[in-house]
Design a protein around this ligand. Structure first.
Ligand code: NAD
Ligand code: ZN
Length: 242
């Protein structure tokens, strides 16, 4: 299926809400999670990205997370992020709901960004609640400690075993239910509760479009599926709507 069909759909089915995952950032040099070259092919998520692992052994979690922060600090927004910012600017996209913690949507110029898994913007102290911004966290690596009380900081990203921020996921669900079109880009749609958002759109009578290299559980229910790169696809979509 084609970008032309997606262009028709976005025209016909406003408002359009975009749901992104790690696949929108791979072209910025950030590996995704579940692909053969993804992060979970190399390390066990439960050992480096779960709240239990963090509480038991925060040094090991920071060893993994610190290396990710180095990659994320260098990464630049790509054509996909830029196209979504342009589509919002032109009124075609209402908001971006993202599972990514990399801030690349914001840096590309998207304004309405709902970060359902948190972001690298800050890390916090679980004891005294001190909040430390990204640049300082990077300076405090390899094992950033609270400047006030000395406890090892926790990245403000949602780890496995943690609940999502209630207001944030409620806002995402509200956007999904109100969407004429939910455009999913670069997500395996395997991690809940985000993976339930397309069902909310469909249940409320909205349509679904999916731009993803691999299959997802929602493919059969999507009006358009494009199995190609996010950058080239979104660039072509933005060009078609200019
Ligand atoms: P994913 O790796 O599961 O899926 C990415 C998808 O993008 C894949 O299906 C792949 O085929 C596709 N893809 C890759 N590059 C592409 C490209 N250039 N163009 C088009 N498609 C491309 O990532 P996900 O869906 O974001 O879900 C995983 C989520 O789990 C993450 O977002 C993460 O927030 C979350 N999570 C992470 C942690 C953690 O690291 N601490 C903890 C809990 C949850
Ligand atoms: Zn503290």
């Amino acid at each position: 299926m084609s970008v032309e069909r997606l262009t028709e759909l976005i025209r016909a089915r406003q408002p359009c809400v975009v749901l992104t995952g790690a696949g929108v950032s791979t072209e910025s040099g950030i590996p995704d999670f579940r692909s053969p070259t993804g992060i979970w092919a190399q390390v066990d998520a439960m050992e480096v990205a779960s709240i239990d692992a963090f509480l038991a052994d925060p040094e090991t979690v920071w060893e993994f997370y610190g290396r990710r922060l180095d990659v994320l600090a260098e990464a630049q927004p790509n054509d996909g992020h830029r196209a979504l910012a342009e589509l919002e600017e032109r009124g075609w996209v209402q908001a971006v709901v993202t599972q990514n913690i990399d801030r690349l949507h914001e840096r590309a110029g998207s304004r309405e960004v709902v970060e359902v898994h948190g972001s690298i913007r800050t890390a916090s102290c679980l004891d005294c609640r001190e909040v430390v911004p990204f640049d300082e966290v990077v300076r405090l690596l390899p094992v950033p400690r609270c400047p006030r009380c000395g406890r090892i900081l926790k990245p403000d990203v949602v780890m496995f075993g943690e609940l999502l921020d209630e207001a944030t996921i409620a806002r995402a669900a509200e956007l999904a239910a109100g969407a004429g079109l939910l455009l999913v880009v670069g997500s395996s749609l395997e991690v809940y509760p985000v993976a339930a958002l397309p069902a909310e759109t469909l249940a409320a009578g909205g349509s679904l479009a999916i731009v993803n290299r691999d299959e997802t559980q929602y493919d059969a229910r999507a009006s358009v599926r494009i199995r190609a790169g996010a950058g080239e696809t979104l660039r072509a979509l933005a060009a078609a709507l200019r």
